[in-house]
Design a protein around this ligand. Sequence first.
Ligand SMILES: [Zn+2]
Length: 471
Amino acid sequence: MIGVCYLDPSPVEDTFRLLKIPWEWYDPAHTYDVVIARKGGVDAAGAFLVDLSEKDYFAEIARILNEGLPHCHEPVVDILIDELRQILKEHTLLVEIPPVPWGHPYIVALTHDVDITSARERRWVSVGYAVYQCLRKGMVKDAAQILGAKCGVGKDPWNCFEEWMQLEEELGVRSTWFFLPEEGKAGESAPAIRAGYYDLNPGLIKTLTDGGWEVGVHGLDNWRDAGAAREELLRVSGLTGAEAGTRVHWLLFNKDTWKILDEAGYAYDSTIGYNDDVGFRAGTMQPYRPRGCRRLLEVPLITQDGGLFGGKTWNSSDDGGRGTCLRLSEEEAIRRCEEVLAYAKKYGGVVTLLWHQVSMAAPKRWGGFYRMLVERAVEDGAWVVPAREAAHWFTARSDVVLQTKRVPGGIRIQMSGIGPDLPRPEMMIRIHTDAVNIGKIKGDYIEGAGYIDLRFSSQEILVNVNESTSD
Ligand SMILES: [Zn+2]
């Protein structure tokens, strides 16, 4: 058993929502294998002490989750959690619910922000700029098509919904669409260029939701104003009849945003990411509950088209001013994406992708790269879903209370805090010991190097363990 002594409960709870293991607040009447505390703060008796005065894991993890980091290229929170995991498993028989479902190597959440739905709706200045970019790249036909569409002639090349739906249908996946809630509105104190020029289209939204796609709010002022947060949510959920998550347009955010979104009733947020980079602004790929939120989950944004390939951004990760994106070649972008996938396979969590609606069209043409990434994920057997499904799964995992008890000949693992319907795909239970130490197991399991994974198919599992190696 693991006992924890720490003055402020929040950082400890933040940490153990990500590292799902049995633990309890230190009670001097109990005996422990491991005590996590400051040296001298408790009488650890015969237990191993993880001395927080040397390294305060809880403070560090909670600070990064709740404040974020600029240009963070490794999942530093997931790495800290793994460091703690490695220490714990040396000194106790560690049982864990990993941040990845049974049967999948990692999770990918697919999302699209809808800033633009046609060339026709755009101002001449942005159409002109796109035409200029097409001509510079030798895309003469595309330039003509965009100009034609602006004048009301021919198919509008910037309305790519059909192509996206077809692409995802072919790959057998679905995604989330974040729509701007109001036409012609830049948002309070934002430059005029932030405005979108389309109305919410009930027919399109119905087509998407009937087809299994998710529709959410691409927030304009919901990040800074409680009234706007409720109104923007209502505009979208009024059409879908479902709960909605949000990603704020331009990724605008401040220290009150999570609380405002939570109180307005958003199911999740997916704004914590970079416009001008790829990486881990929250230090983790795990959806998590930000400080002070009752229900809202943050599904961190990891990789977006604009960050990889874009030119300039209006909201840089450095100071929120104008900044430069990575401007990678396709080869460099593949390498960056492979780094992210490798982290996801190692630490779990969700690789949240953002490809903008219009980016499939000229002059950007970034849809092929998206197809390649999703094809790769599908081939790998990843669980590829809209953001809401990933958020739901992590909420269920977070709600589980995992308890272990030594019984003659083994341990009893109990899961409570979840309803009778276990989430799909199922969670798994990882027992950090060599398979040779484990006796007969009822149910499905697989053996890994130094652990075995059991399919979480009932609320109680009895496992026989060779006691001599269990501590
Ligand atoms: Zn946007």
